[in-house]
Design a protein around this ligand. Structure first.
Ligand SMILES: Nc1ncnc2c1ncn2[C@@H]1O[C@H](COP(=O)(O)OP(=O)(O)O)[C@@H](O)[C@H]1O
Ligand SMILES: [Mg+2]
Length: 212
């Protein structure tokens, strides 16, 4: 057999055994993720809220509504006047006055990008508040909190293997949507993919959250 054919044959053989090896990298097509461009129901645009609405929704940011704290500030459970239950991220003021311009620019860019993204495995941005110096992001509420608490056994509920697999696949689909660039035409790199940024809804569907 000519040398070129032997190498081609060896390459093909290696490729087929790679497909059966669970530890070998496989392209996205292999996993047949069929909902990469879902026709999910879109919110027309993000709603804008006042500081008063944010205070009313969270009983003035009462500790009983505190869901957690991250790098950007505290997150509260809130109920909007429509009755919709949401998660409200209260962005902390930067410690230096000179950093205020940067924070403002980041906030605007984040709101602009987040409000254009829509996928069943991405936590949706419902709206925002920019009232005076106060900045808030309003997200869909995820009843079962973050994945880390479940993996660490903090939550009472134990996840079986099929639920864990569903969570892993859901988070992968959310990331794939960002990386494929289908929303904005350019790929978005998450840069902070971790178990506290994978949230679970009432039916344990995983959704990736971005920004903090
Ligand atoms: N949309 C949400 N629904 C329910 N809980 C949330 C939501 N967003 C954040 N949280 C909770 O608030 C915590 C803090 O969130 P965040 O500010 O994003 O910081 P981090 O990602 O470092 O935990 C999360 O770990 C999660 O438990
Ligand atoms: Mg987070």
């Amino acid at each position: 057999m000519p040398f070129g054919l032997v190498t081609a044959w060896k390459r093909r053989l290696a490729k087929s055994s790679d497909q059966n090896d669970p530890w070998k990298y496989k392209s996205l097509e292999y996993w047949q993720l069929d909902d990469r461009r879902p026709s999910a129901k879109r919110r027309q645009r993000s709603s804008v809220y006042t500081l008063k609405e944010m205070e009313e929704a969270t009983s003035s940011f009462g500790d009983e509504n505190l869901l957690g704290k991250g790098g950007f500030g505290r997150v509260y459970k809130g109920t909007l006047s429509s009755g919709e239950v949401v998660a409200i991220k209260k962005m902390e003021l930067p410690s230096f006055k000179s950093a205020e311009g940067d924070r403002e620019r980041e906030f605007r860019v984040e709101v602009d990008i987040l409000s254009r993204l829509e996928h069943p495995n991405l936590v949706s941005l419902i709206g925002y508040c920019a009232d005076g110096k106060h900045r808030f992001l309003v997200y869909e509420f995820m009843q079962h909190g973050n994945l880390e608490d479940h993996l660490n056994g903090i939550s009472e509920m134990k996840m079986d293997w099929s639920q864990r697999l569903k969570v892993a696949l859901g988070a992968a689909k959310g990331l794939d949507y960002l990386h494929s660039g289908s929303a904005l035409g350019i790929p978005i790199v998450h840069r902070d993919f971790k178990s506290t940024n994978i949230l679970l809804n009432s039916s344990f569907e995983a959704k990736v959250t971005i920004l903090g």
